[in-house]
Design a protein around this ligand. Structure first.
Ligand code: NAD
Length: 489
């Protein structure tokens, strides 16, 4: 069968990109070529932004309740196509089908929340700020926004932004990750099916060139980015400052999970496994450093249970319902993770569970992108393993004297995306929640993923900007406050 060549979606039409450069989209579990994705040029971005700019005046004057009706239709279609949307994610990304179902649900929830725009976008006012004078604050849409997406949640992450932006009356250009362009292609096909007016949502496939064209385009009012800190801080945030654009840059992570001796270890283990090894460790909220706090015997017991559970994880093609962990998303990701494992060994950490040689549920699968879970012990905080984002199924186990020591380890790390504590002590949980400088905190929850009606937070090197994706923060980001002072003679 011919391999499809993807096209851009601009002004309500599927258009051929003005580029000869294409990249392969490969199913990492089976090595099969799924599609070829264009690496669009700046001319393609110009065309998409022009379409979005032309659509803006009419769309901003469409009443919010009418804009919301498009999102109700989108939600209905997403429910109807739920299984198919999940399968696309598993095929292009490798995550298990159950993880893809979870991602699909979380994406749909964004559409549901954004459909509340007539309430979410309301301003406020005060009569008689002086005799006979009233004052109002309105929130108004701004223009063309864009999203530059990461590879790890190909369906959900762009939905942290697109539904809110268009519900608020803006128009949009989305640039999916070239590694996983098929999920957003399906989303845009659904936008087409609900007859969203042409130009309201446009999609340009591509890599660095397309990103840079978006960052420098004078008609783009703001950029939302989710990806690594190196790109988010040094390219996106910096350039948006230079070009005067609003920006949300949600970036990389190194999340600590603190396990106290008073926790309920058996009940905690399933959550710990999902945190460290779910999505094959390719989550910005994934546990990376496991910090054990307590007596020597507790630490041994916790470690033994953790390693035993990790060793039992079933690895294979995510389309197999019995599989608990899929492959890394591509061969480069696997090589990167292997590099960290080698580095950990060189720096003196002990590889207590070695996942380098894949053991697969189906031994006939190509090993190209697969690893099994690895666990390092005797990791000290200054080691590369403990400091840098590995973004793969590798856990580093550290020890702490007490909770204060554990919190100081978290604070010595430059990232501040998420942290979690497992404990039965309300006092310890309260202190952790209050003191820890991370945006998303879990208490007996290994992946503290904020629901759509809360901001997806992040601090320190994990976030650059002021307002976050999702919920009311997103609405505020995609609107300008306008204040009117009014008197009638
Ligand atoms: P990435 O930074 O490599 O790529 C993200 C996007 O930026 C892609 O669309 C890519 O095409 C573009 N890009 C990459 N390099 C570029 C360059 N030099 N110039 C211009 N554009 C460029 O990130 P990724 O590997 O796709 O995603 C994984 C990262 O995302 C991890 O660090 C993870 O922690 C982070 N992430 C963060 C959150 C969060 O909310 N904080 C959520 C998901 C993922």
């Amino acid at each position: 069968m011919a391999v499809p060549r993807l096209r851009n979606f601009i002004d309500g039409e599927w258009v051929e990109p003005q580029t000869e450069e294409y990249a392969d989209v490969i199913n990492p579990a089976r090595g099969e070529l799924l599609a070829r994705v264009p690496l669009s040029s700046s001319a393609d971005v110009d065309r998409a932004v022009a379409g979005a700019r032309e659509a803006f005046p009419e769309w901003r004057n469409t009443p919010p309740a009418a804009r919301a009706r498009y999102l109700f239709r989108l939600k209905e279609l997403m429910e109807e196509r739920f299984d198919e949307l999940a399968e696309v994610q598993t095929r292009e990304h490798g995550k298990t089908i159950d993880e893809s179902r979870g991602e699909t649900r979380r994406g749909i929830e964004q559409v549901e929340v954004a459909a509340g725009i007539p309430t979410l976008m309301q301003g406020f006012n005060l009569e008689d700020i002086a005799a006979g004078i009233d004052e109002h604050c309105f929130f108004q849409p701004i223009g063309v926004f864009s999203h530059i997406a990461p590879f790890n949640f190909p369906f959900m992450v762009p939905l942290w932004f697109v539904p809110y932006a268009i519900a608020a009356g803006n128009t949009f250009v989305v640039k999916p990750s070239p590694r996983v362009p098929l999920s957003q292609t399906r989303v845009v096909e659904l936008f087409e099916e609900i007859d969203l007016p042409p130009g309201v949502v446009n999609m340009v496939h591509g890599g660095n060139l397309a990103t840079n064209a978006i960052l420098h385009h004078p008609d783009v009012a703001g950029v939302t980015f989710v990806g690594s800190t190196a790109v988010g801080r040094d390219i996106i945030y910096k350039t948006c400052g230079q070009t005067g654009k609003r920006v949300i840059a949600q970036c990389g992570a190194k999340n600590f999970i603190v396990v106290m001796e008073d926790c309920d270890l058996p009940k905690s283990m399933a959550g710990l496994m999902t945190s460290f090894f779910g999505n094959t460790g390719q989550r910005c909220l994934a546990g990376a450093n496991l910090v054990l706090v307590g007596s020597g015997s507790f630490q041994k017991r916790a470690l033994d249970a953790f390693i035993e559970a990790a060793a039992g994880i079933r690895v294979g093609d995510g389309m197999d319902e019995s599989v608990q962990m899929g492959p890394l998303q591509n061969t480069a990701s696997k090589e990167r993770v292997l590099g960290f494992i080698e580095q950990g060994i060189r720096e003196g950490a002990v590889l207590a569970l070695d996942g380098r040689k894949p053991k697969l549920v189906d031994p006939d699968l190509p090993e190209d992108c697969f690893l099994n879970p690895s666990v390092f012990v005797d990791v000290s905080p200054e080691m590369t393993l403990a400091r840098e984002e590995i973004f793969g199924p590798v856990a580093s186990v550290l020890k702490a004297r007490d909770l204060d020591h554990a919190i100081s380890l978290i604070h010595d790390n430059p990232y501040g995306n998420a942290a979690a504590i497992y404990t039965s002590s309300g006092r310890a949980a309260q202190k952790f929640r209050h003191d820890v400088k991370c945006g998303n905190i879990g208490i007996n929850i290994g992946i503290p993923a904020p629901m759509a009606f809360f901001p997806f937070s992040g601090m320190k090197d994990s976030f650059f900007g002021t307002l976050h994706g999702q919920g009311k923060d997103a609405i505020r980001f995609f609107t300008e406050a306008k204040v009117v002072v009014e008197r009638w003679f």
